[in-house]
Design a protein around this ligand. Structure first.
Ligand code: SF4
Ligand code: SF4
Length: 440
């Protein structure tokens, strides 16, 4: 019988996502991972236009220095996560794009100058601070959606005219990510300060903090949220409701139409980590050069680690006592929608919230794919009600019209169809290609 507790998420069709692997992760305090010898910083870590490098090989940089930027509105700068020397700017394997992309390699120096900081604002004087200056501060800090979407935060925070609601997604839904939960325990003041800054920018009528935790699980955070006039919504434990579109439906009953986004129905959704990063940027002058993430392996269990952006996975594994030659099957982001990476030299990105490391006795569930048996499970489980198996067949045929008709673009890339498939077919790969084909 399907279990229903905080580690078993019931999904459409009665399927259950088992998140027991992260049990105890919320009690694991963040450990700071020492800076690696070499950081690898991609020039594109966000949705939108890539940035151009502002440094060249041989240049000396300090931590927090802007090393890439663009004039495009839909773009955010990248910063040096460590002080040292730029070794080279060359293509490296990009873990989200899945292809080589330009990256700045920085060798850390022991005697680098002190980190540079951005101009900071006074938290108590938010109402008197010019909104355009705050928005520029968020952009200059290079903040993107840290739940995984990597959408430039300043773009969403600039939608004041169309938005009436601000939702903070505390997103405890990923089966392998516990860092959001841990952040709520360790950084309640920063989280609430970030929400207040977001509210100043958007001017919403309503602010909702959506959490799957029981009332009273985070007493300090809950008290601060109440004082700030933020409503806490305790929603059912679910994996798919972690998606922005489905969260908006769950909270307000609002359907986000195909091809649209939550702001189109008046709602901006930000991840709890993004709120934290906004506070650190605006009130402490810290550009986004590090973040918390969860590393999960059978050997270590769930570990919450604070890691510089651009740290090679090899360095993170070794810090955790894992041998990268043994734990050589790696995936970043959520266990269900994450991407496997070809080697441990691939670095973390701004939006990397989770790393899964698998040993040799844990082969990929998709290693032996069998033919489709037309069971329909993938259709049953799909939280947005599209037909993954039919879209897969259309994608194999290259039939873009059919893919459009089947609303391939509505896919939220949750990975549930692959997860339940008894033939171990990786439907998500077909769905991602279908979305690309439809949008071209
Ligand atoms: S990955 Fe897309 S098609 Fe598959 S279940 Fe999720 S939303 Fe549906
Ligand atoms: S779940 Fe797998 S086997 Fe069943 S219909 Fe979908 S693709 Fe075919």
């Amino acid at each position: 019988m399907a279990r229903r507790d905080r580690y078993h998420f019931k999904e459409a069709g009665g399927f259950v996502v088992d998140a027991t692997i992260k049990r105890g992760g919320e009690d694991a305090a963040f450990e700071i991972v020492p800076d690696p010898e070499v950081c690898v910083i991609f020039l594109k870590q966000h949705v939108g236009a890539p940035v151009q490098p502002l440094v060249g090989a041989g240049d000396t940089v300090v931590e927090g220095q802007k090393i890439g930027d663009s004039d495009e509105a839909m773009s955010v700068p990248v910063h040096a996560p460590v002080g040292g020397k730029v070794l080279r700017i060359v293509d490296a394997y990009h873990p989200v794009a899945g292809v080589p992309a330009p990256a700045v390699f920085i060798e850390r120096s022991e005697d680098a100058a002190l980190p540079v900081r951005l101009p900071a604002f006074e938290p108590g004087a938010l109402d008197d601070t010019d909104r355009s200056e705050l928005l520029a501060g968020v952009r200059e800090a290079g903040i993107v959606g840290l739940g995984g979407a990597a959408f430039p935060a300043h773009v969403k925070l600039g939608m004041r005219d169309k938005v009436t609601r601000l939702v903070i997604n505390a997103k405890e839904s990923d089966p392998n990510v516990a860092c959001d939960v841990r952040l709520k325990r360790e950084k309640p003041a920063d989280i609430v300060a970030g929400i207040q800054a977001m509210a100043r920018l958007l001017g919403p009528n309503e602010i909702v903090f959506a959490t799957r935790a029981e009332p009273g699980a985070f007493p300090e955070l809950e008290a601060r949220l109440a004082r700030a006039g933020v409503t806490v919504a305790h929603i059912r434990p679910s994996y798919s409701v972690g998606s922005d579109k489905l969260l908006v439906k769950e909270l307000f009953g609002l359907e986000v139409p195909c091809g649209s986004y939550p702001p189109d129905v008046g709602v901006v959704v930000h991840n709890v980590f993004t709120a934290y990063a906004v506070a650190r940027a605006l009130f402490a002058g810290e550009p986004l050069v590090s973040r918390g993430l969860t590393l999960i392996s059978r050997q270590t269990g769930p570990l919450n680690l604070w890691v510089k952006v651009g740290t090679p996975l090899r360095h993170v594994l070794m810090h955790a006592g894992l041998d990268p030659t043994v734990y050589d099957r790696l995936a970043i982001a959520s266990m269900l929608m994450g991407q496997s990476v070809p080697n441990p030299d691939v670095p973390t990105l701004k939006a990397t919230a989770g790393i899964c490391a698998f040993g040799p006795d844990e082969p990929s569930p998709y290693a032996k794919q069998l033919p489709c048996i037309r069971c329909g499970y993938c259709n049953l489980v799909c939280p947005v009600g599209i037909y993954p198996v039919l879209i897969m067949e259309a994608e194999k045929r290259g039939d873009v019209r059919r893919m459009k008709k089947l609303h391939a673009e509505d896919c939220i890339d949750c990975g549930l169809c692959s997860y339940v498939c008894p033939s171990a077919i990786k439907l998500t790969g077909h769905l991602r290609r279908a979305i690309r084909a439809v949008r071209q």
